[in-house]
Design a protein around this ligand. Structure first.
Ligand code: HEC
Ligand code: HEC
Length: 392
């Protein structure tokens, strides 16, 4: 009941936007149809049915947003996703002789596509500046990637002919080239993949040409990441009326979703993230060059980071961008008693003036019990997301 009320507004809004978009597109499609019919009379289209990839339709889980972040120049196809899954797990993508590190080495399915350690350690042994981020429901996120949201549509640095408009596609080349990740070179990667006999036919099936380009490598991996949808946690089954929550879990849910715990402002919605960036009152001194402020230049973003999704949160510790908390208990204690004031704390941190929400030990236990209902074991064991057999 509470759930339906809580989701009602955003669902209605999304539905409205969806319907208006639909209407808008119908008008355009009609125009295109009329125009193309006219054109068809003069020149019949070539018969390219042999190489047409199969469209992949994302099944949107119940109560999830209907707006998907799929760029128009990279539609999802069965063949593209398959290729992306291979490349994601293939250590030869880094184009180096002496290592087989792949995207999947750090982004491991069993930890919801994190590594279970916090920081990643790249090919050269250099530690990643921030801790890992998981891949959960990223196809529903149009508000920037990475802890500071640097990869976003609004960032002009990602709107050049060499880049991909600030989307998941851009992170693929960053993952290949970053010194603390694969530390490769996109030309070496391209050549290495072209030389492996399984790949040219897969590129042909996905993109119509067996010539490997880095653009198509990036597109394929992004397509695979967009399929990683988690929607079968105990909480999902509860809102679908398939399973009950215990009284402790329900109480935790109430704490989470009311001013009592004050979590929902930033980790709300069915995605358990607003995908927004906030300073959540951890520090009084700010010297990280990779916070949101260093992307936007807006002083209200000093010390702000993505309020990450709390789905699968039991699998993705240590917590916060710098991994300062090892356990969920430490995180809950922080929100309960550890908040510190600075001029940059986000106004949605309503408890900052009291130092926290001051939960009792049993309220903390209930909140934790609720957070544990967000773990989706089907997601971390789904064979469609695992390393394909036969890769080195
Ligand atoms: C050495 C470990 C490591 C490797 C290898 C690696 N990553 Fe990452 N990845 C990270 C870390 C750490 C972050 C978080 C970085 C940050 O925001 O500061 C991240 C973030 C991401 C994100 C952003 C997720 C989000 O929610 O915003 C995506 C997407 C991603 N990586 C894709 C890839 C791909 C594709 C590859 C392979 C080409 C790859 N990664 C290789 C460590 C790694
Ligand atoms: C004002 C917005 C805001 C509110 C309210 C808020 N959080 Fe957060 N939360 C964040 C931000 C931002 C981060 C990431 C901060 C960072 O990395 O430095 C975060 C991080 C977390 C993390 C770690 C995520 C990870 O992947 O490492 C957990 C767990 C968490 N919050 C739980 C909660 C709980 C439980 C509550 C309520 C008691 C709550 N949050 C209230 C903004 C908020």
């Amino acid at each position: 009941m509470t759930v339906n009320l809580l989701f009602a507004n955003s669902t209605t809004d999304l539905f409205y936007i969806y319907m208006s978009t639909l209407r808008y597109f119908s008008i355009i499609s009609l125009a295109v149809l009329i125009f193309s019919c006219h054109k068809d009379e003069q020149t019949p289209p070539p018969n390219n049915s042999v190489n047409t990839p199969t469209p992949y339709i994302i099944e949107i889980p119940k109560f999830f947003p209907t707006i998907l972040n799929i760029p128009s120049d990279n539609p999802m196809t069965v063949e593209g996703i398959k290729l992306g899954r291979y490349l994601f797990y293939d250590g030869r993508l880094c184009g180096k002789q002496d290592t087989l590190m792949s995207c999947g080495t750090c982004h491991s399915q069993q930890y919801s596509f994190e590594n279970g350690l916090g920081h990643g350690i790249g090919v050269t042994g250099i530690q990643t500046p921030h801790v890992m981020l998981p891949f959960i429901n990223l196809v529903f996120n149009s508000n920037g990637y990475l802890w500071n949201g640097k990869v976003e549509h609004n960032n002009p640095a990602y709107n050049t002919p060499a880049t991909y408009g600030g989307n998941l596609e851009d992170i693929c080349w960053m993952g290949v080239t970053a010194p603390w990740e694969l530390h490769g070179d996109t030309n070496h990667s391209k050549a290495a993949i072209q030389a492996i006999s399984i790949y040219p036919p897969m590129f042909k099936a996905a993109f119509g040409s067996d010539v490997v380009t880095f653009k198509n490598i990036s597109k394929a991996i992004a397509q695979f990441i967009r399929t990683l949808i988690s929607s079968n946690s105990k909480f999902d089954r509860y809102i679908r009326s398939e399973e009950n929550l215990s009284s402790h879990e329900l109480n935790g849910y109430v704490i989470f979703n009311t001013e009592k715990g004050d979590c929902f402002h930033c980790h709300g919605t069915i995605l358990f993230t607003t995908n927004g960036y906030y300073n959540n009152a951890k520090d009084t001194v700010f010297n990280d060059q990779r916070d949101r402020f260093h992307v936007t230049g807006d002083p209200s973003d000093i010390g702000a980071y993505k309020a990450t999704t709390l789905r699968n949160i039991s699998l993705t510790g240590p917590y916060m961008h710098d991994g300062r908390f090892s356990t969920l208990d430490e995180v809950i204690n922080f929100y309960s008693e550890g908040l510190v004031w600075s001029p940059y704390v986000n106004p949605l941190m309503k408890k900052v003036n009291d130092g926290g929400a001051h939960l009792t030990p049993s309220e903390k236990a209930d909140l934790k019990a609720f957070l544990l209902t967000l773990t989706d074991t089907d997601f971390v064991t789904n064979p469609a997301f695992s390393k394909p057999a036969g890769l080195p």
